[in-house]
Write a protein that binds this ligand. Structure first.
Ligand SMILES: Nc1nc2c(ncn2[C@@H]2O[C@H](COP(=O)(O)OP(=O)(O)OP(=O)(O)O)[C@@H](O)[C@H]2O)c(=O)[nH]1
Ligand SMILES: [Mg+2]
Length: 366
């Protein structure tokens, strides 16, 4: 067991979250970074799993079974009823396609994606390419997979961009901090050296929450007191990541409502400050979307994309929701890479998104 060494608090907060000009640390920031290194060395040399049992490696077959289980509500809302509907018919006609349309819409698939799928099926029906209900079902599966395939673009850490900076954004409670914890573990397992930035300076508990994750993963967390300027924390963390020779910096941010202009401007400020360091920063702006919010997440995505140019999506809480159909709506309407899906609260419950695997898990009988 180790005792977590508290970082010496800075003399004064770096500025209020409301301040309009970013407090860009002066060259002396390197000293602060060195101090951070000293403060967290104890953490780094401690037993990495002292706060958590080691996770057994899961086979891909094991994960597929769990993915199926975690999608059980979406399966019953979307695919089970679709299969029953289609296989229960003797003839393939317009009525059946209308029923499929209703089913897709009620499973949160959204207008555009539903329209796309139904149009494709209608064309196949008109060309007499659907010999029987099973052929229709197979065809539906193929269309659904094709819809998701453009979003099947995994996050790759480019070693030439060191540290690779991932800025994590999203509305309150979407799962940002949890996703960072899971991602940190995943990237660490892949051999990357990480630093986390506690950029959510709004809530008192937020920094602690990230520190717990950092502690579990033996990853240094760069933080300042609650109320500090988020852009400044992330700037500091970048300096620290450079000083440590880290491969990846993941920055947390406060949850914010996408409709609140002042909060979105604050996020834009974080990006501006990072771009002063290097115009290519952040390398990834990961938007975390809670799949239980259904269609509203499309509006969230549009607003965040407009403000900070989202480059990837992490879709959380696919377990326990019947609204998994929104994955298709996101794919069709946003055309952004879906980097990860979250299927539970445990550290191993974040997985790279794979279009075919996702559709197979939705339709698999066994
Ligand atoms: N079931 C399930 N719960 C999840 C998943 N991802 C996150 N959660 C839970 O969602 C809740 C909120 O997660 P946080 O990571 O704190 O969300 P956040 O976006 O950082 O929240 P704020 O910082 O308040 O904006 C926590 O209880 C998480 O355990 C998931 O994939 N599945
Ligand atoms: Mg958080």
């Amino acid at each position: 067991m180790f005792s977590f060494i508290k970082k010496k608090p800075p003399e004064a907060p770096a500025g209020s979250a409301e301040s309009s000009s970013a407090k860009v640390p002066e060259p002396g920031a390197a000293d602060a970074a060195a101090e951070d290194i000293a403060a967290t060395d104890a953490v780094l040399s401690s037993d990495p799993l002292s706060t958590e049992e080691p996770l057994p490696e899961e086979s891909s077959a094991g994960f597929f079974t769990r993915l199926k289980q975690s999608l059980s509500k979406t399966r019953s809302a979307l695919t089970d009823s679709l299969s029953a509907l289609i296989l229960g018919r003797k003839t393939i006609d317009q009525d059946l396609l209308d029923d499929i349309e209703t089913q897709l819409l009620s499973a949160d698939m959204g207008l555009e994606a539903t329209d796309h799928i139904v149009t494709a099926l209608t064309q196949k029906m008109d060309r007499r390419q659907l010999a029987n209900p099973q052929a229709l079902l197979d065809s539906l599966k193929l269309e659904l997979t094709a819809l998701l395939t453009p979003c099947d673009v995994p996050l790759t850490i480019n070693a030439d961009k060191k540290p690779y900076v991932i800025l994590v954004v999203g509305v309150n409670g979407a799962g940002k901090t949890t996703t960072i914890g899971k991602l940190a573990k995943r990237l660490q397992k892949e051999g990357h050296k990480l630093v986390l930035a506690a950029g959510d300076t709004f809530r008192a508990a937020a920094v602690e929450q990230l520190k717990v994750w950092g502690e579990r993963n033996s990853v240094p967390v760069i933080a300042q007191p609650t109320g500090s300027d988020s852009a400044s924390v992330i700037f500091d963390a970048y300096q620290s990541a450079v000083a440590r020779g880290a491969d990846v910096l993941i920055a947390d941010t406060a949850g914010r409502l996408h409709t609140k202009d002042n909060l979105m401007q604050e996020l834009e400020k974080i990006v501006r400050v990072l771009k002063k360091l290097d115009p290519a920063l952040p390398h990834e702006t990961l938007l975390v979307l809670d799949s239980t919010t259904g269609q509203n997440s499309l509006n969230q995505a549009r607003s965040f994309h407009k403000s900070v140019t989202v480059t990837g999506i992490a879709l959380t809480k696919l377990d326990g929701t019947a609204k998994g159909g929104m994955v298709f709506a996101i794919a069709k309407e946003l055309k952004l890479p879906i980097r990860f899906i979250g299927v539970g609260e445990k550290v191993d419950d974040l997985r790279p998104f794979e279009a075919r695997q996702f559709v197979d898990a939705l339709f698999s009988d066994s």
